[in-house]
Design a protein around this ligand. Structure first.
Ligand code: G3P
Ligand code: CA
Length: 311
């Protein structure tokens, strides 16, 4: 049965109806948009600390940013790690440590090998010794900081089964209980198939599709995702309105988080378009420009379905 049908059926059984669903305005308030868009620290506060490291999460926390975004991939020996590029060259010293291992793909290195790499010096000597974190380490630190996670499954075509594995790890770290699903977690990908897989495996989890589908195609996406998350250069007020006109996979207004805005004027402009979230390397700049309250911003669109399938 389609999730939306499930939602309607569950709602009917529990005595809910369309009349008690939140209005867009109420939904906006729940998402923090009455104070400005939700501010998400892209790869952590990556303008100030090396991207996708624990240090970048801590920096976001120091700046009062509740939401962090990351990128999840898999090592040769099957461990989930947090890194953006599909090779290790740009953000580690892999070429020095393993000079004969070109092209230095993440998937060609074991976790033990990746743990030897310095993931901070490329950014600044102040961060020498920072490591590529495992997803488990990353989740523990986000939890310790009481932050929220926009988790991106990166290049899933390279890692068959990564959706189920990611969900299993999230569950093991306590991230798939009702509270986390309702308030703390969104899973996104550039791959519609990957987002669909997450939605199928765990229909309760809030999801996002990275990209700018044609307006005519948005209803197809709304069937399996809660957010459309486009590059800000592709966003117009009309596009935001078209997204908001639909209800997403949990039968709440479809949301739009846009990326990557690092300056005040563009943040102000896109906030004026009514976007629900801004993903940024400079969360302090965006918050200042939009008067968003990152610390209080919540994710209001997560549905909660007791019949979720455990991964
Ligand atoms: O969350 C949006 C953004 O992360 C997508 O692009 O390349 O930085 O993963 P990328
Ligand atoms: Ca990303």
């Amino acid at each position: 049965m389609h999730t939306r049908t499930v939602a309607a059926t569950v709602g009917a059984l529990l005595g809910f109806s369309a009349l008690v669903l939140p209005t867009p305005a109420a939904q906006a308030a729940d998402s923090g948009t009455s104070h400005g868009p939700v501010v998400v620290a892209h790869r952590g506060a990556s303008a100030y600390a090396p991207e996708n490291t624990l240090e970048a999460i801590d920096k976001a926390d120091e700046l009062g940013t509740a939401w962090v975004e990351n990128d999840v991939q898999r090592t040769k020996d099957g461990e989930l790690v947090v890194i953006h590029d599909t090779d290790l060259k740009r953000t580690t010293d892999v070429e020095q440590v393993f000079p004969d291992r070109s092209p230095w793909k993440v998937a060609d290195f074991t976790l033990a090998e990746i743990k030897r790499l310095d993931a901070g010096s490329w950014f600044s000597p102040d961060y020498a010794g920072a490591r590529v974190p495992t997803l488990e380490q990353y989740l523990k630190r986000v939890s310790a900081n009481h932050q929220k996670l926009l988790l991106e499954i990166k290049a899933p075509e390279l890692y068959p089964g990564i959706e189920r594995q990611t969900l299993r790890e999230l569950r093991g770290e306590g991230w798939l209980d009702w509270y986390h699903v309702r308030h703390k977690l969104i899973i996104q990908s550039f791959s519609a198939d990957s987002v669909k897989t997450v939605h199928k495996l765990r229909p309760d989890v809030k999801t996002g599709f990275l990209g700018t589908p044609a307006v005519a195609d948005l209803p197809q996406y709304a069937a399996f995702t809660d957010q459309i998350n486009p590059n800000y250069k592709t966003v117009t007020p009309e596009y935001v309105a078209a997204v908001h006109a639909l209800r997403g996979a949990h039968w709440r207004p479809l949301e739009l988080f846009t990326w990557t805005i690092n300056d005040g004027p563009n943040a102000t402009r896109l906030a004026g378009y009514g976007v629900d979230g801004i993903i940024t390397n400079t969360p302090d700049v965006v918050r200042e420009a939009t008067e968003g309250d990152a610390a209080d911003a919540g994710s209001g669109a997560s549905g909660s379905f007791s019949g979720a399938t455990a991964p």
